[in-house]
Write a protein that binds this ligand. Structure first.
Ligand SMILES: NC(=O)c1ccc[n+]([C@@H]2O[C@H](COP(=O)([O-])OP(=O)(O)OC[C@H]3O[C@@H](n4cnc5c(N)ncnc54)[C@H](O)[C@@H]3O)[C@@H](O)[C@H]2O)c1
Length: 255
């Protein structure tokens, strides 16, 4: 049984897409949720929707790619929730730029938003999570099998996977579990032009063994599982939630 009864969970980047779906699923599983987003209106909209569905949710807006602001967001979440048993580092952006032309500022921004933000939030949450807390980092299949044209993003998501393993290694002794979820292609979010385009989803779904691209609601239950006691002996793991795309390499070969 996947239950988060009495849990208190902060989800970053939960104003839309996968993060919003995670906030809803966490609330349905019985936890109170703090909804972060850099866009305050989006954070409030998700928190209001969770509350309207019978859950308990509070907006905690702020830019978690800034270390001081990330600390403030975690503090606000702890205060509003009365504790913190779970942290979902979901924030992510993709900036299409080939490696031959990406500049230092562009590289640094992607690394900070897609990877360092997870460290900033987890460091701030460490005291609250000690003794039974759980962290779930949202990585990507791109961190395992890089996608063309998004070199900084792919490298940042690969770093999220190693960061997950390192956190698990260092913080197991504190009773904190740290795992990652690596979504494949998820449609219907604000992430990229192809994520927003139903025609792209239809085209791309043919390449996926399960015959369709994913939805945010396909990712959220796996995050709930990793936060829950059902995963109590799991740490340092990366679960691909990709409809089988990651094992489809040999389908590219001509017969
Ligand atoms: N959509 C996909 O195909 C896909 C695939 C694999 C992994 N992912 C990952 O899933 C996560 C969620 O992506 P999504 O598809 O829901 O995208 P999305 O753009 O719909 O949601 C991301 C949210 O994060 C917020 N955000 C961005 N920077 C922030 C910051 N610095 N501080 C606080 N909030 C910030 C945005 O305002 C937005 O609401 C990301 O980490 C992304 O890399 C997405």
């Amino acid at each position: 049984m996947t239950e988060l009864t009495d849990g208190t969970v902060l989800v970053t980047g939960a104003g839309s897409g996968i993060g919003a779906a995670i906030a809803h699923a966490v609330a349905v599983a019985g936890a109170a949720v703090a909804v972060n987003d850099i866009d305050p209106a989006a954070a409030t909209a998700t928190a209001d929707a969770v509350t309207a569905g019978g859950g308990t949710a509070y907006p905690v807006p702020g830019d978690v790619a800034d270390p001081a602001t990330a600390g403030g967001v975690v503090t606000a979440a702890r205060e509003r929730l009365g504790g913190l048993t779970g942290l979902v580092n979901n924030v992510g952006v993709v900036r299409a730029a080939p490696l031959r032309s990406i500049d230092a500022a562009g590289w640094d921004a992607v690394m900070r938003i897609d990877c360092a933000s997870a460290l900033y939030c987890a460091q701030a949450a460490l005291p609250a999570l000690t003794g039974g807390g759980a962290v779930v980092n949202i990585a990507s299949l791109c961190g395992i099998h890089p996608a063309p044209g998004a070199g900084a993003y792919n490298a940042a998501k690969a770093a999220v996977i190693t960061l997950t393993q390192q956190m698990a290694l260092e913080w197991g002794v504190d009773g904190i579990r740290v795992n990652a979820v690596a979504p494949g292609i998820v449609s219907g979010t604000n992430f990229s032009a192809s994520s927003r385009d139903p025609a792209a989803a239809a085209r791309r779904g043919h390449a996926v063994p399960l015959g369709r691209t994913g939805a945010a609601q396909d990712i959220a239950p796996v995050v709930v599982f990793l936060l829950s006691d059902a995963a109590r002996y799991m740490t340092g793991q990366v679960l691909a939630v990709d409809g089988g795309l990651g094992v489809a390499l040999q389908t590219l070969l001509p017969t």
